[in-house]
Design a binder for this molecule. Sequence first.
Ligand SMILES: [Cu+2]
Length: 114
Amino acid sequence: MFGVTAHRVTVLILAVVAGSGFAAASAAGKSVKVVNYEFRPKAVTVEKGERITWKGVRGSHNVTFKRSPFSRRRFDRDIFEGRRFSKRTRREGRFRYICSFHDHLGMRGKVIVE
Ligand SMILES: [Cu+2]
């Protein structure tokens, strides 16, 4: 009984936190359209802390960074038609990424964080 209540409270708090994060993301940041077979624009420049949103317009793709602007880990995320994801940049530098499905077609992009 108590477990269920605690769980509901946690879900509510997460929803509020996620909601405020989304509002901040829409206020600033850059977006990249993902189409067959390119990232538009190919390069985006943002300030550290700014968000980047990838929007799936056409086809099934991914965003793969060996060195990412988000953390020290490699970053790899699928992006399908009609879907989107947003990430906050946390590291300065120039970061190249690819769609690993279509790298051979030159499906590559770049993020510059200043
Ligand atoms: Cu692709």
